[in-house]
Design a protein around this ligand. Structure first.
Ligand code: SF4
Length: 234
């Protein structure tokens, strides 16, 4: 297994080539490539909506780091899913937190910043801490899927994350919701209980609602605010 550190130029070349070569590869093959290429400098990020990518990655790289961003605004079910994943799966869950607690943020910016300026709130509580949390890695995997929303329709299986200068892997980019459900059922993968309670995508509690029939999976995120992404994937 190659674990040598790569320069940013090497990483970009690897990402471009793999994005081309692995477009038709299975999720398992994509993760095998990531594990062989980056070893412990590869991690998975998880919102704890489900543990599908963490499960897939743990088979390619047992003990793989799974980075969870605790914004301080999560549903208790999400924290419970994180704890269950850490207890039963062959992964190393790492919880990262924003620089300020919610109370400290309220004191500086006023309460409920998420209602008044969600972009600012996400920048403080999601984007900045993830930037910090990914510092020690060359590559990171996410559970992004093309069928989740129009903004995710062109997600590459392997791409170059120019902002962070890292390889970004989306092993299940080509999966459908049916593929996810089949994998969960076949392997008994942990999922967030809120998925059984009308939520199709699980984020921070103040910015997440249940979806209605016919809505896309991410319609319940920042509903009515004209915002579709937190900034992590832009
Ligand atoms: S999703 Fe909402 S509560 Fe969470 S960081 Fe973004 S704006 Fe803040």
């Amino acid at each position: 297994m190659t674990t040598a550190q790569h320069s940013a130029e090497e990483l970009e070349k690897l990402a471009v080539r793999a994005g081309r070569d692995l477009e038709e590869a299975s999720a398992q093959e994509v993760l095998r490539w990531a594990a062989d290429t980056f070893g412990r400098r590869f991690c998975v990020t998880s919102s704890m909506e489900d543990a599908v990518v963490a499960h897939l990655a743990s088979r390619a790289l047992p003990g793989v780091d799974v980075v969870f961003l605790d914004t301080g605004y999560h549903f208790p079910e999400t924290i419970g899913t994180r704890d269950a994943v850490a207890a039963v799966m062959d992964v190393n869950v790492i919880t990262i937190t924003p620089r300020q607690t919610v109370a400290e943020q309220d004191a500086e910016y006023g309460p409920r910043l998420h209602d008044r300026d969600p972009d600012r709130c996400c920048a403080l509580r999601k984007v900045a801490p993830l930037e910090e949390g990914l510092r020690g890695y060359d590559a990171w995997a996410t559970g992004l899927r093309r069928d989740e929303s129009p903004t995710r329709a062109n997600t590459p299986v392997v791409g170059w994350d120019a902002r962070r200068r890292k390889v970004k892997v989306a092993p299940i980019a080509r999966w459908t919701q049916d593929d996810v459900e089949r994998y969960v059922a076949e392997h008994g993968v942990l999922t967030n209980p809120l998925l059984m309670d009308g939520y199709a995508s699980v984020g921070c509690a103040p910015c997440t609602r249940r979806v209605l029939a016919g809505e896309d999976a991410r319609a319940g995120r920042w509903a009515g605010l004209g915002k579709t992404e937190c900034g992590i994937h832009q």
